[in-house]
Design a binder for this molecule. Sequence first.
Ligand SMILES: NC(=O)c1ccc[n+]([C@@H]2O[C@H](COP(=O)([O-])OP(=O)(O)OC[C@H]3O[C@@H](n4cnc5c(N)ncnc54)[C@H](OP(=O)(O)O)[C@@H]3O)[C@@H](O)[C@H]2O)c1
Length: 341
Amino acid sequence: MKAVGLYKYLAIHEANSLLDLELPKPSPAGREILVRVQAIAVNPVDTKMRAPQDKVEESPRILGWDAAGVVEDVGQDVSLFRPGDEVFYAGSFIRPGCNCEFHLVDERIAGGKPESLDFVHAAALPLTSITAWEALFDRLGIDPDGADHARHLLVIGGAGGVGSVAVQFAKQVADLTVTATASRPESQTWCRELGADYIINHYLDIPAQVNELGIDGYDYILCLNDTDEHWQAMAAVIVPQGRICSIVETAALVDLGALKSKSATFAWEFMFTRSMYETDDMIEQHRLLDRVAALVDEGKIRTTVNRVLEPINAKNLKTAHAEIESHHTIGKIVLNGWGTA
Ligand SMILES: NC(=O)c1ccc[n+]([C@@H]2O[C@H](COP(=O)([O-])OP(=O)(O)OC[C@H]3O[C@@H](n4cnc5c(N)ncnc54)[C@H](OP(=O)(O)O)[C@@H]3O)[C@@H](O)[C@H]2O)c1
């Protein structure tokens, strides 16, 4: 089967940073499904995993944690899917990624592809949807049925992959009042189109801009970029007893003391936790993806694809990685099909 992978961890412009490979087709066992991958999306985790280091792999490392495709075969314990089913999923951080023609994934973390979307538009959604859903509804404790209607949420990094679904979930599912941050006219327009009520710029003084909007503070803050840089601003604009969730690791220790007088809660979200530790509730990600697919098919949530490259090969994947490393992509970059050669 075709695959794209690496032996050495190199800067993306290096000739061998990503390579076109031919690998054996794997076979499913237990609760694994074997998926014929039709489209993949690219995430910052791919570029972080590829970041330059001295290590050299003996067998190729395959990256990629967003795919849509067709179930080709199933392990003996699979009960949720059968061959021919169309699926979308992110996969597991501690297993080979999906930048390959045939990929194994545990059925408990895959969902049925939205029927109204093709593979390209479906592949954009799984990783960011799982992240945004778990962050908003599990970590921040927002009611997914609208009981927190009109409460204020600040999304830092609203136009990125995760922000693009988080803003939609917050508006269309939870019915919150959403402020999103975006620094450029095109990313600001994108956030407005996804439903954000207010836009502020993450490179300017956040508390001052919130004050200008006349907002007294945020019940919830979702930090999707540079937790270190935004920490003090978040502490300033969270309401007493409010909740903050970040998905981005910090370079320095965070000053939890800054939240004490407000009794504010801080929570991490890592969307690979359930699959990495094989938690008892791992199947929640299957249910979550099915719920997202239903929301898409009902027309409540839209895909976040903003650029499509064809086919899936090292050259196009290098283009996508380089764009992600610019830190200014809007929505998602998707690669489609394996070409004919
Ligand atoms: N913990 C988890 O489970 C998890 C899951 C997914 C992603 N992540 C991490 O979360 C981060 C975001 O992921 P993503 O896929 O949304 O990234 P992305 O699509 O690459 O994000 C790009 C966006 O970031 C915005 N941005 C750039 N600098 C910023 C800053 N200093 N403050 C706020 N926003 C800024 C840009 O907006 P402008 O162009 O308007 O400046 C751009 O729209 C990455 O670090 C990723 O590794 C973690």
